[in-house]
Design a protein around this ligand. Structure first.
Ligand code: BES
Ligand code: ZN
Length: 481
């Protein structure tokens, strides 16, 4: 009852306040930004709802100005919504996953370390400078399209050099830009229909005329990073069991156009993508840590897995680097195109947001700002770790059983029962895999105690994978008669 009174009071209050100012408008923005604005200019903005990292606000143009002033070289910092309902439904939009879930685990130390040792910082430097030398890769200009044609040839030559017959490279033509994207496909040996994808954008832009847009960090660095990762996998003779694609997008800078069209097509064809990782800006070392995982418009299980990878491979020794997390505040790069289609996406970024390369989108975004590709090399390492550990075989091999005393998981009468009440962890998901590693049943955010009907599964051995918040997960083998 108390709640209802309070709610109606708030609504009444809001109507009174909003009625005074007809210039005000609805928007969604980062929850953190909304709260800070509210603290600084309480009369200019109202927070109407919050969900996850996002907030729905009703604000004045002067609040928008204030926000824009803080967002640096970034876009406006909010997304305009034409009505309250539109704003609310956009933050409540539940993104339904179109792909089956895979087991994230780390088992391939030998192959990963072999590939990491083959990596060349010089190759990354050379490739960044090669792309910078187009002068511009703006999506409507001739050098932009030429850079895509040349990248296709470069990737093809790379595959040929290592005698790869499982590789093909294509140009992807778009509806809303004359520039094509470039896609390399390495067909999976065991599960060709399951994809792991990494990408970055090939186009560039400049706020001082698009003829002078070297785009070295934004985003020649990302293209050079994924190219060197793939080259080392070829040199290490890595044969993926799932299909790997690497993508260099057209027209990111005008609103994620290239990746948006590709992600929509993959989604409407129900392409099963296990995970996607974006590399956009990897070579400016602006913060205390090296890699910053962007935690909005990305998937927390995948972010957790990338953290596990860095804990495992990069915490000490020759490949050591550090990581943190940051927010982009909205869908600031191509990962958002995949995220919006319901795929698991992640975005490891060069610095904490705001401490990133200040020269992007200007004629000064050149390699000389960094002078070395050391920073990008760390991202190439993470890219290799991700690709090897997700594109590998994972059926029964490498799956550890849990002890009965630790977690209460059992089957009876074609039903799986589980009870995690006595443990502290929050359960993110329970996924049941067949022995080939295919997800058969997935339950997100389950209660701590419950059951799942298994009546529809044919008899055989299955793996129950329980993923808990961030880093921990357990596997248990079950038998269905
Ligand atoms: N590389 C940037 C994104 C970026 C910039 C991330 C600064 C973090 C810090 C990307 O190329 C870009 O410019 N994105 C646009 C938005 C996009 C939807 C056109 C931006 O951030 O303004
Ligand atoms: Zn940009």
């Amino acid at each position: 009852m108390k709640k209802i009174i309070l709610l109606s009071f708030t609504i009444l209050l809001n109507i009174c306040v909003f009625a005074q100012d007809t210039d005000r408008f609805y928007a969604t923005m980062a929850r953190q930004d909304a709260r800070e604005l509210k603290a600084d200019a309480p009369d200019q903005i109202d927070i109407l709802a919050e969900k996850g990292y996002e907030a729905v606000v009703f604000m004045s143009p002067s609040a928008a100005e204030l926000l824009h002033g803080r967002i640096l070289v970034h876009g406006p910092g909010y997304i305009f919504k034409s009505s309250y309902d539109e704003a609310i439904s956009s933050i409540n939009k539940t993104i339904t996953t179109t792909s089956s879930r895979m087991v994230f685990n780390i088992t391939e130390d030998e192959k990963v370390n072999e590939a990491l040792a083959l990596m060349s910082v010089q190759n990354i430097e050379d490739h960044i400078i090669e792309l910078e030398n187009y002068g511009t890769r703006y999506h409507t200009l001739a050098p932009g399209t030429q850079s895509a044609i040349d990248l296709k040839a470069k990737w093809e030559a790379m595959a040929a050099l290592y005698g790869r017959t499982d590789v093909s490279v294509r140009l992807y033509n778009h509806n809303n830009t004359p520039m094509p994207s470039v896609i390399m496909t390495i067909t999976g040996a065991q599960f060709p229909d399951e994809f792991v994808i990494v990408g970055g954008h090939l186009d560039s832009t400049s706020n001082q005329g698009n003829n002078d847009a070297p785009g070295a960090d934004d985003d020649a660095s990302g293209i050079a990073t994924i190219t060197e990762a793939i080259r080392t996998l070829f040199e290490a003779d890595f044969v993926p069991q799932r299909t790997i694609e690497i993508m260099a997008y057209a027209a990111e800078e005008i609103g994620l156009v290239g990746s948006g069209e590709i992600a929509q097509e993959y989604s409407s064809n129900n392409v099963n993508i296990s995970a996607y990782v974006q590399f956009d800006m990897t070579n400016y070392n602006g913060s205390a840590n090296d890699v910053y995982l962007i935690t909005d418009f990305t998937n927390s299980s995948l972010n957790g897995f990338l953290m596990q990878l860095m804990d495992h491979y990069n915490a000490s020794g020759a490949h050591q680097f550090t990581y943190g997390t940051s927010l982009c505040n909205y869908g600031c790069s191509d990962h958002a195109s995949w995220h919006n289609e319901g795929y698991m996406a992640a975005f490891p970024f060069e610095a904490s947001f705001g401490q990133h390369n200040p020269n992007i989108h200007t004629p000064n975004d050149t390699f000389s700002i960094s002078g070395t590709a050391d920073h990008a090399l760390k991202f190439a390492k993470l890219c290799v770790e991700f690709l090897v550990e997700t594109a590998k075989h994972n059926g029964l091999i490498g799956v550890s059983e849990v002890s009965e005393e630790l977690y209460d998981i059992y089957t009876s009468n074609n039903t799986l029962y589980y009870n995690f009440d006595q443990y502290d962890a929050t359960i993110d998901s329970i996924v049941i895999y067949d022995i080939a590693g295919r997800a058969i049943v997935a339950v997100d955010d389950p209660e701590n105690e419950g059951n799942i009907s298994l009546g529809h599964l044919s008899s055989g051995i299955y793996i129950v994978n329980v993923q808990t918040t961030y880093t921990e997960f357990v596997n248990k083998k079950i038998k269905i008669d």
